[in-house]
Design a protein. Structure first.
Length: 402
């Protein structure tokens, strides 16, 4: 029997939750039965080196790589039409913002996709696929440039927390055969914006391998990087330095924890545009000795394993991969009460949800640190449950057989 052929696309493979989730999908697919072509628009990012060897990475196309590259680089390549299209997209987006009072920038990506995609060459030369997956928004490219019997677009975002031009996005979403959602809460929020798409939704959670996470967690000794005095509790958070992750409020939360007489050091692993803001908040709060930015790490698992408590202080999430990774490593987890928090863990059973308010978050974390018996109860629960879910990949197989 001939193998079925799957196409998957993503913008790049920098360190991030969606990118790590894609690695989970790629590692879970049975390549003895399915051939996989991965199309990465820009061959950049630390995760490029982690791609499974049995996945076929298609060559980079310079025009596709110019969708999000710097204007200077695109100009050097000579793609004036793409530069003009991107400027046109920005003008239309700002016009939309002015007319609607929109203040959040998520819509701009759809404007860029709508204007640039028609300028890109077809990918039909790779043949017809049994299934094509667009792993990150905007989803125009798989829709318009790939030939496939069935197509899936993935949702990784909580749509209750962003502003988009719904009519514009609907024109793309509605042309897909299926829409993969990573959690029930993400589905609910998405359907409030796009109620007509209910019949296309398929729940496919982020795929994680417990064995892989634990294997990676013992690859290096990070004790010197996370060195503390005896009795100091090590908190750890992982994620991009962006508004949704709320790391800019960590210094103030940490200060309030310390003021409650609890000795902690809070280690943050990540990178991103908010780094200067976070460092500024650290200085303002006098937390230089308490909040430590460890920077970008290709393998965050040894750091997660070395901490005492994992904290996800987000303003909002789709469904963050790091919480489940921490649970795989049997770490007591605390998360803030963002809109999809209840899909992340069972409050009081295998983790704790604290209020998003800084004062109340600090109080909740401090009380949890003192409650060693509750931490131990969470650990014992996690040790008897498997947080890996490689079987989710079977849902992808099933879509090709319908």
């Amino acid at each position: 029997m001939a193998k079925l052929h799957i196409f998957i696309s993503i913008h790049y493979l920098e360190i991030g939750g969606a990118e790590r989730s894609l690695l989970g999908v790629l590692k879970a697919i049975d390549t003895s039965k399915y051939d996989v072509d991965l199309f990465v628009y820009q061959h950049i990012g630390e995760f490029m080196s982690l791609l499974p060897t049995n996945i076929h990475l298609l060559k980079e196309h310079k025009r596709y790589a110019s969708i999000e590259a710097s204007m200077k680089r695109v100009l050097i390549r000579g793609y004036v039409d793409i530069i003009l299209a991107r400027f046109w997209a920005k003008w239309k987006y700002y016009k939309y913002m002015k007319e609607t009072g929109c203040t959040e920038g998520s819509s701009i990506f759809q404007y860029v996709a709508d204007t640039v995609t028609p300028l890109l060459s077809s990918l039909y030369k790779y043949g017809e696929y049994d299934l094509a997956i667009s792993f990150l928004t905007p989803h125009n490219i798989v829709l318009d440039k790939v030939k496939a019997k069935k197509k899936i677009a993935w949702i990784h975002t909580d749509y209750s927390t962003i502003q988009v031009n719904a009519l514009q996005e609907l024109k793309v979403w509605e042309r897909y055969d299926y829409i993969a959602s990573i959690s029930e809460e993400v589905t609910t929020a998405f359907l409030k914006t796009f109620p007509s798409l209910k019949g296309k939704i398929v729940l496919i959670e982020n795929i994680l391998s417990s064995a892989f996470v634990r294997e990676q967690a013992i690859q290096q000794d990070v004790s010197k990087e996370m060195e503390t005095e005896k009795g100091v509790v090590k908190l750890c958070s992982v994620g991009r330095f962006t508004y949704p992750k709320n790391f800019d409020n960590v210094p103030l939360i940490c200060k309030k924890i310390v003021e409650r007489g609890v000795e902690v050091k809070w280690f943050i692993i990540g990178y991103g545009g908010d780094e200067k803001l976070i460092k500024k908040r650290i200085r303002e709060c006098g937390m230089e000795q308490y909040v430590i930015l460890l920077g970008k790490k290709v393998n965050p698992y040894p750091y997660m394993k070395a901490c005492d408590i994992y904290v996800q202080p987000s303003r909002y999430e789709g469904k963050t991969v790091t919480v489940r990774e921490a649970q795989i490593l049997y770490k007591p987890v605390v998360i803030t009460n963002f809109p999809t928090a209840k899909s992340q863990l069972q409050d009081g059973v295998d983790g704790l949800i604290v209020p998003l308010d800084n004062d109340l978050a600090a109080k909740g974390i401090a009380n949890f640190i003192k409650n060693v018996s509750l931490q131990q109860r969470f650990i014992e629960y996690m040790q008897t449950h498997d947080y890996g879910n490689e079987k989710e990949v079977k849902k992808i197989y099933a879509l090709m057989e319908e």
